[in-house]
Design a protein around this ligand. Structure first.
Ligand code: SAM
Length: 298
């Protein structure tokens, strides 16, 4: 099966050779399997075979995949720690007429994986960039989670720094679409607990070892999933999918009215808890409003 863009490129190359004009190569972003080696498209295989160079994160991991498909094309490393320099070298290769395929260790390159800098540089250099779509843990997990799929927010890995994580979670709490997170198995329980504490005890799913022998998708509340994985420490890679907030977007005046009503019968803390739960406001903001109202009433 032919890959038209590469074949066109070869035709363009021979035309350029005839006219002694250098022709630029192209960049192909090729998705590879996330576990099951059968999950690779015919077009991905054809593109990898026809490439002059394959840029990959870990040459040993990709070497294994390419050997499985009897593909013998030179590999160059492009990973988080060398992306700037490697991108420059790869751009020079493409300027010289080489077709380069970018792959990552698993799934779709650039999705929580390196490559964004290379793509930007290629676009700036006028090099054609072509996606060769395929597997991604993000969409595979979203589709089996059993939560709304019409709109969703992909949050990737939560930041490691606690202040950044806290700030992001405060914002994510207000988003009404399904939320998707990537996580490593040794941090899964801690992250599920942090999500429950920040977002409330929402419905969620953990999709683990997708496309592999021990694939599973556990669907439950965040608290039940936290308890389950505390008792059964997970192995393998996981994606966490959480339902979006059902709370209404409310105005300042509506928050004040709800707080005034609750403050008449309950404590400041109770009022803040109830109003926070039923609004998309952060608890700290509701607390500040409640304090101001209490002072007004005094
Ligand atoms: N580029 C990849 C993609 O398109 O899905 C993601 C790479 S990111 C560095 C790795 C994360 O993806 C893992 O920590 C996990 O959250 C998720 N992941 C990758 N493979 C998975 C699998 N087979 N099952 C569940 N999650 C997976």
């Amino acid at each position: 099966m032919a890959t038209p863009s590469i074949h066109n490129k070869k035709h363009a190359k021979s035309q350029a050779a005839a006219s002694k004009m250098p022709s630029q190569g192209e960049l192909f972003l090729v998705a590879t399997p996330i576990g099951n080696l059968g999950d690779i498209t015919l077009r991905a295989l054809e593109t990898l075979k026809s490439a002059d160079t394959i840029a990959c994160e870990d040459t040993r991991t990709s070497g294994f995949l390419l050997k499985h498909y009897a593909i013998s094309v030179p590999l160059v490393p492009l990973h988080a720690h060398n992306e700037a320099g490697a991108s420059e070298r790869i751009i020079e290769k493409m300027k010289g007429g080489e077709n380069v395929a970018l792959i990552s260790d698993a799934g779709t390159p650039l999705i929580s994986d390196p490559g964004a800098r290379l793509v930007k540089a290629a676009i700036e250099a006028g090099i054609r960039v072509t996606p060769i779509p395929g597997a991604s843990a993000l969409l595979s997990a979203l589709t089996v989670a059993g939560l709304p799929t019409d709109t969703f927010f992909f949050a990737g890995f939560l930041p490691g720094k606690s202040t950044e994580r806290k700030e992001l979670l405060l914002w994510l709490k207000t988003i009404p679409t399904t939320l998707v997170f990537y996580e490593a198995p040794h941090r899964l329980t801690e992250t599920l607990a942090a999500l429950g504490a920040a977002l409330g005890d929402r419905s969620a799913a953990v999709a683990r070892e997708l496309t592999k022998l021990h694939e599973e998708c556990k669907r439950n509340s965040l608290s039940a999933l936290t308890a389950y994985y505390t008792a059964t420490p997970p192995k393998g890679e996981c994606v966490i999918v959480v339902e979006g907030t059902k709370a209404m977007a409310v105005s300042d005046a509506e928050i004040d009215a709800a707080l005034r009503e609750k403050l008449q019968t309950g404590s400041l803390r109770e009022a803040v808890d109830v109003v926070t739960e039923h609004s998309r406001w952060a608890r700290s903001d509701v607390y500040a409003r409640a304090l101001a109202l209490k002072k007004e009433q005094a």
